[in-house]
Design a binder for this molecule. Structure first.
Ligand code: NAD
Length: 442
């Protein structure tokens, strides 16, 4: 993609209107996640020093593939779905990022998610660029057979740009270990050789990694403890509220509870529960395993969904969906610390309100990077065909998360900026330094 307008640009966050930075094919579609991402890049550009001359690189996906995914439905008819794989940046290594199956998936959303993966991977300093994929489909409408055919055809279509040393997909919304197994098998069949390293988040018996399933929640807990120390907040006395009690929120809550914290409120798609004395996280996990929701947990009070944001607590963990903390509720939040387990749970307007209220936000691009960090371990183990113990994996994960948090904290203090902006500064400098070292081809 052309660099012509970028390399000479001056590093001023405010003189480049977002619309001018957009590639022409997105001029009319600039208000969604990609527009937010571009604003985030503009915000860090003044801190990039001489590397700002390469900042335009960050504003353009390196490569974006749109694929038609036709499948035969169980009733004999043929349905077409639109799929994407975007490689935002590969300066530091192969593309890496999940695949989302959801009815709202769009190209510009996948572009933004791929860019945030570049930032996340650079923030924790794993040797990857950023990528993301998706299919616009409501998977609930498909049978297992249809889902498998959809996954296999999509994998075949994007097979021209993915591979263990090119771009390594992983699970995201709705996609899981089984879908990764089908992706690995399809790619391997087309290549004529088993290539376990083409995806991560696989079942353990197909080259998956121990600790991967818990990794994101463990990372949330690890950076939470680090941030709490800086605030002088004693975890063993802290009250924690968690939105989303799935893979990320459930594991994070369990680890905070193990450290003595009280899990006072939990919200999921089915209800919101409150218990001032603290919910039993293990019993709640078992309840969700049986009932599919936290609603109806014995002994807990049921509260209104909107009241969740007023709950007296010290730590708030949004671990469900995007855009949950908004200008409408940010002024009501009681927590001193927010740790973003979900991707994009806080809108930019809410971010400003939280900052003005002195509430510390550990942003998604570092807080939930535990998942991709253990995905990196999985890929390394697949390459060497030598598998580590869960203790080794957890110890390496904790070290990477702590180091990454410390680097971001230092930059935030130096420039007096939020942890989100500091994470972008650290990550964008790493990406653009690699860009500069590699130079322009030809
Ligand atoms: P999950 O499906 O395991 O759990 C999602 C939880 O959110 C469930 O408890 C669900 O009930 C709840 N939820 C859904 N709709 C809700 C609503 N309207 N209100 C309140 N709660 C609602 O998903 P997950 O893997 O835990 O992912 C959660 C978030 O973390 C997502 O934003 C995801 O992108 C992000 N994330 C996940 C990982 C990972 O490794 N799983 C890594 C990085 C980021």
């Amino acid at each position: 993609m052309s660099q012509q307008s970028g390399v000479q640009q001056t590093p001023n966050a405010h003189n480049a209107a977002v619309t001018h930075a957009l590639p022409s094919y997105l001029q009319a579609d600039h208000l969604g996640p990609w527009g937010i991402y571009l604003q985030q890049v503009d915000r860090v550009t003044p801190y990039l020093g001489h590397l700002a001359r390469w900042a335009e690189t960050l504003k353009r996906p390196k490569r974006a593939l749109i694929v038609d995914v036709p499948i035969q439905l169980d009733n004999g008819t043929v349905a077409h779905f639109e799929g994407y794989r975007v490689q935002h940046n590969t300066s530091r290594g192969p593309g890496k990022g999940g695949v989302r199956f959801h009815q709202d998936v769009t190209l510009s959303e996948v572009m933004a998610l791929s860019a945030w993966m570049s930032v996340k991977n650079a923030a924790v300093n794993v040797p990857y660029g950023g990528a993301k994929g998706g299919i616009r489909v409501d998977p609930k409408t498909l049978s297992m057979g249809e889902l498998e055919r959809l996954t296999r055809r999509y994998t075949s279509e994007i097979g021209i740009i993915i591979g263990p040393s090119k771009d390594i997909p992983a699970p995201d919304v709705i996609t899981n270990e089984q879908i990764m197994a089908w992706m690995m098998d399809t790619y391997s069949m087309n290549e004529g050789a088993t290539a376990t390293g083409v995806v991560t988040g696989k079942p353990i018996d197909l080259g998956g990694s121990l600790g991967r399933r818990e990794a994101t929640g463990r990372g949330v807990y690890t950076v939470g403890v680090e941030a709490a120390q800086h605030l002088g907040l004693d975890i063993s006395k802290a009250r924690v509220a968690v939105q989303g009690f799935g893979n990320v929120g459930g594991i994070a809550a369990k680890l905070f509870a193990q450290a003595g914290a009280r899990i006072v409120a939990v919200q999921d798609h089915g209800g919101t529960i409150y218990q001032e004395s603290g919910l039993d996280a293990n019993a709640l996990l078992a309840h969700v395993g049986r009932q599919g929701t936290v609603a109806g947990f014995p002994g807990a009070e049921t509260i209104d969904a909107n009241t969740f944001w007023d709950v007296p607590c010290d730590i708030l963990i949004p671990a469900a969906l995007e855009q949950q903390i908004t200008a409408a509720n940010a002024h009501r939040i009681q927590a001193k610390l927010i740790i973003e387990g979900a991707n994009g749970p806080t809108t930019p307007a809410a971010d400003d309100i939280l900052q003005s209220r002195n509430i510390l936000v550990v942003p998604d691009v570092i807080a939930n990077a535990g998942g991709v960090t253990v995905s990196y371990f999985e890929w390394v183990q697949d390459f060497s065909s030598f598998f580590w113990s869960e203790d080794e994996i957890n110890a390496r994960l904790v070290r990477i998360m702590k180091d990454a948090f410390a680097a971001v904290w230092e930059v935030a203090a130096e420039h007096r900026v939020s942890l989100r902006t500091a994470t972008f500064i650290v990550a964008c400098k790493r990406i653009l330094h690699a860009r500069e070292l590699r130079g322009l081809y030809p």
